[in-house]
Design a protein around this ligand. Structure first.
Ligand code: G6P
Length: 620
């Protein structure tokens, strides 16, 4: 393939691979298909446009596959007619450029359906493997890279019809292992076979979690909520590992086939935390949860906070690294460290961090900030820093995630499952922890706690129905605008950037954030009559300058929406926030989250599943 075509092709594949949901069941229940499809529905928040399921029939030992484009909808399993079986797996896929066909949906089968595979990720060398397999007589049905895996595993089993269940499981494991060694790229695979009633899963770069239920019952999923109603006891598959579930579990290293011991970890999330409850969308539920999540976040053991603070104080350069919203949180934190602890902290987006590896020493400290703990670029940054011998820490929501396990020390933000793609409660919890750390670095932990406890209780008061109504009134006024701008200064400049992300993600209105002082250097040319501009104000040394910027915008016709502790004359519309000192970024972002949500609903967008975006970007 010419280089450019190949580039587009891989880009397309990467976008196909972003948001796949995976769930499998192996156990005593005979309604495995129903269990995995219900589990798949719990992963709907990831977004998808086709889905499929494979079940091994208890009666015929054959594997039935059912796949469709579109949404799963209300499940009527009678219409789907899947066999009774206690081994099944399901997959949801979302293609952003082309390729949304029934044939391309997972699961994919080898010739004669002997091997069936679901997959998240990219098999980078699939074209070469496909050619090789075609030469050997394999017939391909789909255009996907995944199908190669099914044929390749089958190829390694060719001619092998061994007697004895144990041996058949062993041969399947070996064939999967051989195939894995041939396939390049970051992936997660699940493999079923007509040969035996075991399921094999493997991971290289894309998360898979094994849930252990009662009586030899197992689940495998890309996200814990898919099986949380059955079990909270989990084991994590690490990179370059595979697991065989066969009534029991056996983990192996893919390279040498040696057994690996695993610890069972108990997850503290409750199944109802992962449901919408009385709310129409996860996004609004998660915004409202901020009434309590900040309290939970700062309720940390003093020893842990002081250990991290001590490491920051001693490090030969501290790097805060995150992607998307988490990256903006890191930026805001750098202002807080400067102001509160008089400390310079470096900030990099995960994808850019490797460019600075020249400065990383074994006395450097990298703190990865992430909701999911699985973002590929942030993980890569950690890998780069590790190679240089740097210390690794993380501030993360998902316990047991890759970042959590990779870090030398982790602070869990304890926000509970965040399902809406646009991050809200995880953002403010990360900000709270970083604010606390800045105070701790300055030897003022108690003062930091006081500021944050006060902010948390003020947020509780702020998020009342009247407040929501007021913001929804504003949303109605501006719902048809083409562009919006957000400005802030100091620690509220990164929050202006984050505000723009929130607005873009769910309202699809063109939104941009700027540092107030940068306005005159270009962006002010974009302001025309009626252009909404949100001004984030803190009651600190930046206040008068940002208000002057608002006046400049207003003079060019801008419609000024002030998010501020006090009313200013320049505001056309004032959204009141509590005056909480250095917790200002936390309280200022919340009304913008609400506004973005309201705009999404008014513009008939699904705020939980914005187009083209994924909750957890597990490929680069
Ligand atoms: C995606 C999500 C964002 C998130 C970013 C980083 O782009 O849509 O909401 O901020 O990834 O994710 P992380 O899980 O590392 O915080």
């Amino acid at each position: 393939m010419p280089q450019l075509a190949r580039l587009f092709f891989y880009e397309a594949l990467a976008s196909l691979a972003l948001m796949c949901g995976i769930i499998a069941y192996k156990g005593k229940r005979t309604n495995a298909a129903e269990i995995v499809l219900k589990g798949l529905k719990k992963l709907e928040y990831r977004g998808y446009d086709s889905w499929g399921v494979a079940v091994r029939s208890n009666h015929t030992k054959q594997i039935s596959i059912y796949k469709r484009t579109g949404k799963i909808g209300e499940l009527n399993l009678k219409n789907i007619k899947l066999p009774v079986g206690n081994l099944a797996m399901a997959h949801s896929r979302w293609a952003t450029h082309g390729g949304v066909t029934q044939k391309n949906a997972h699961p994919h089968a080898s010739c004669g359906n002997r091997i069936v595979v679901i997959h998240n990720g990219i098999i980078e060398n699939f074209l070469a493997l496909k050619k090789e397999l075609q030469k050997k007589g394999h017939k391909f049905i789909s255009e996907t890279d995944t199908e190669v895996a099914a044929h390749l595993i089958e190829e390694y089993l060719k001619g092998l019809r061994v007697e004895g269940r144990g041996l058949r499981v062993q041969k399947l494991k070996e064939a999967v292992q051989k195939a894995l060694k041939r396939m390049e790229g970051r992936s997660a695979f699940l493999v079923m076979s007509t040969d035996c009633d075991a399921i094999v899963a493997a991971r290289r770069g894309s998360p898979l979690i094994i849930g252990k239920g009662q009586d030899g019952e197992y689940f495998i999923a890309s996200d814990i909520p898919a099986f949380l109603q059955y079990t909270n006891r989990v084991m994590y598959l690490d990179d370059n590992e595979m697991v065989v579930l066969d009534g029991g579990h056996e983990f192996y290293n893919v390279s040498d086939g040696k057994s690996v011991k695993k610890r069972i970890v108990e997850i503290h999330w409750k199944p109802e935390q992962a449901e919408k409850g009385r709310f129409p969308h996860f996004m609004i539920k998660e915004i409202m949860e901020q009434k309590e999540t900040i309290h939970r976040a700062i309720n940390q053991e003093e020893k842990l906070i002081m250990r991290v603070a001590d490491s920051i104080n001693k490090a030969f350069g501290t790097y805060l690294v995150g992607c998307g919203t988490a990256g903006k949180v890191c930026m805001a934190a750098s202002y807080l460290f400067s102001k509160i602890a008089k400390k310079h902290i470096n900030v990099e987006f995960g994808s850019e961090f490797p460019n600075f590896h020249h400065f990383i020493k074994n006395r450097s400290l990298l703190i990865a900030v992430s909701q999911s703990g699985e973002t590929a670029d942030t993980l890569e940054a950690m890998e780069v820093a590790r190679k240089k011998g740097a210390k690794l820490m993380t501030i993360v929501n998902v316990e047991g995630s890759s970042m959590d396990r990779m870090a030398d020390l982790a602070i869990h933000i304890k926000a509970g499952p965040e399902k809406a793609v646009a991050s809200t409660k995880a953002t403010t919890s990360q900000l709270a922890i970083l604010t606390l750390l800045a105070y701790a670095c300055a030897g003022k932990l108690n003062e930091g706690r006081k500021v944050l406890v006060e902010a948390a209780s003020q947020i509780n008061d702020m998020l009342n129905p009247r407040y929501e109504k007021y913001i929804s009134m504003l949303a109605r006024k501006i719902k048809h605008v083409e562009s919006m701008y957000v400005i802030g200064r100091g620690m509220n400049f990164p929050m202006a950037l984050e505000s723009a992300i929130k607005l873009q993600e769910v309202s699809y209105i063109h939104a941009e954030g700027f540092a107030g002082g940068e306005l005159k250097h270009g962006p002010i040319a974009l302001i025309s009559q009626g252009t909404p501009c949100i001004v984030l104000v803190a009651n600190d040394e930046t206040r008068s300058d940002v208000i002057s910027n608002a006046i400049e915008i207003k003079a060019r016709g801008g419609f000024i929406i002030g998010v501020a502790p006090q009313r200013e004359e320049v505001f056309d519309y004032w959204i009141r926030v509590p005056d909480v000192g250095n917790a200002s970024p936390i309280v200022n972002i919340i009304p913008v989250q609400l506004l973005a949500y309201q705009l999404a609903v008014l513009r008939k967008n699904n705020p939980d599943m914005p187009r083209n975006l994924a909750k957890s970007v597990t490929v680069k």
